[in-house]
Design a protein around this ligand. Structure first.
Ligand SMILES: [Zn+2]
Length: 468
């Protein structure tokens, strides 16, 4: 006990004897309070940095400091050379924290120092000028308190957003499919049985699906997320909108406390979710240049409330019925290789599904928390198989209902597209090995399924069976 407290206590003792017992309890409360104030500086080094994680996305670098408790911080820039300084109050200098790979980032070095004997100063040496935003995140299921520092590349956010596809009335356009790998970066998604995260599985399947669609004449895939970084939910559908997407597919893997839960499912937006989104669009339409129906669509900003509401409602209703239809085709195809959790497309108010004019589905590829399914979901072969089935579902939907003005609608009119997803009509210039690689199957299995001998002779217009 310090001499200060001792002196204070002895003075209190005098007071105590002099005063009536009525004040006794108030005085002892005073002692506690005073002692607590004296003890405070001893605990001021309470926090510490336990780990650093880093994610590079097309337009920014996110640095996440895992801190042991809630901390206050401030940041400022220094020039010549460019540096970003972060002061974190009452935080210890980390003893050993591995520096993440910085080669593709604007950061050349991370340095630590102590300030005012009790604060941590982190200096980020920068290769070039950036802008920055920093904030504290509260604990979630996976991580504790996190101090997040976003460094935005000076070119702005343009790099993250794919170029808007110009509408070319003269030439036939491709069908654009926006593929969204769920989660990413510091949002790992569900924890897989036996280790690993949902975000890695979803990115693999998304990339596999994109590769399949890229080989398909008349289709153009757009990956919403191309690496291990986080994109806010609203921004995901906004990337789809800016790419003039005809379809939005968000890929996920389920988890449940009961490890026995298993099977894949497909979701579309719920009626309630659609209604509340219609209201949101109506409320925001005056501040937004967005048009329903994308480029060349209908602007809502110049319509009165009732008309805008009716237009939005019509668009939302037709979008929802398309979502249910394409969702059903995807679900049925997945059902040929995987158990289904529910036999019908389910409906929920997921934020990523709320585009009023882009049919949107969310595919839960299975339960990553289930021992058997989790193990399978982590294998590349099963990821590829799932992508193939989603691809089949998407293709059969668009073959059935090709949007007007697309290459697919032209090919269909000319009888060059099979309406069966397991069949392929040979186009001029095709080779068997190319077709095999397009469907991710071996050349020999393609030949066997079509009873093609060693001669390899095929002709344009010939219908091939694509084995599963
Ligand atoms: Zn998920």
């Amino acid at each position: 006990m310090s001499s200060g407290i001792r002196k204070f206590l002895s003075r209190l003792q005098i007071l105590k004897t002099a005063r009536a017992s009525k004040t006794k309890s108030r005085v002892s409360r005073c002692i506690l309070l005073f002692a607590a104030v004296l003890l405070l500086p001893l605990q001021s080094f309470a926090a510490q940095v336990n780990d650093i994680r880093l994610w590079r996305s097309p337009d920014k670098t996110r640095l996440v400091f895992d801190v042991s408790s809630e901390v206050a911080h401030s940041q400022f820039f220094l020039e010549n050379p460019h540096r970003l300084v972060l002061d974190i109050r009452g935080t210890k200098k980390p003893a050993t924290v591995a520096t993440p790979g910085l080669s593709t980032t604007p950061i050349s070095k991370i340095r630590y120092g102590v300030r005012n004997k009790k604060d941590l100063r982190i200096v980020l040496d920068l290769r070039n000028k950036v802008t920055s935003k920093s904030f504290l995140l509260k604990p979630n299921a996976t991580y504790g308190y996190r101090l997040v520092v976003d460094l935005f590349d000076s070119q702005g956010t343009k790099a993250a957003v794919p170029e808007r596809v110009p509408s070319k009335p003269s030439s036939r356009r491709d069908i654009v499919v926006a593929i969204d790998a769920g989660h990413g970066g510091e949002d790992p998604g569900a924890l897989a049985y036996g280790g690993g995260h949902e975000k890695a599985v979803t990115l693999n399947i998304a990339k596999d699906l994109a590769a399949l669609l890229k080989k398909e004449p008349g289709f153009k895939p757009v990956l919403v997320r191309t690496g291990d970084y986080y994109i806010p939910l609203r921004e995901r559908s906004s990337i789809a909108r800016k790419s003039s997407a005809d379809l939005f597919i968000s890929i996920h893997a389920d988890a449940f406390t009961d490890r026995r839960a298993n099977g894949a499912s497909v979701f579309a937006l719920s009626r309630g979710g659609a209604t509340s989104e219609t209201a949101r669009w109506l409320a925001q339409r005056e501040n937004s240049s967005d048009q329903i129906g994308g480029e060349g669509g209908i602007s809502l900003s110049d319509k009165d409330d009732i008309l805008a509401g009716v237009l939005l409602d019509l668009s939302m209703t037709s979008t929802l019925s398309s979502s249910l239809e394409v969702g059903d085709m995807v679900l049925k195809n997945i059902g040929t290789i995987n158990r289904l959790h529910k036999k019908q497309v389910e409906q929920a108010a997921f934020v990523v599904l709320k585009s009023p004019d882009i049919p949107s589905i969310l595919v839960e590829t299975g339960f990553i928390s289930n021992p058997k399914e989790g193990r399978k979901l982590k294998t590349r072969s099963h990821q590829r198989a799932l992508a193939r089935q989603i691809h089949k579902g998407v293709k059969s939907y668009f073959v059935k209902k090709p949007p007007p003005g697309t290459l697919l609608s032209k090919l269909k009119a000319e009888g060059k597209v099979s309406t069966r997803p397991d069949q392929y009509v040979i186009q001029a210039g095709d080779t068997l090995s190319e077709i095999a690689s397009r469907f991710d199957i071996s050349l020999s299995s393609l030949k066997t399924a079509n009873k093609i001998s060693r001669s390899d002779r095929i002709r344009t217009g010939q219908v091939l069976v694509i084995p599963n």
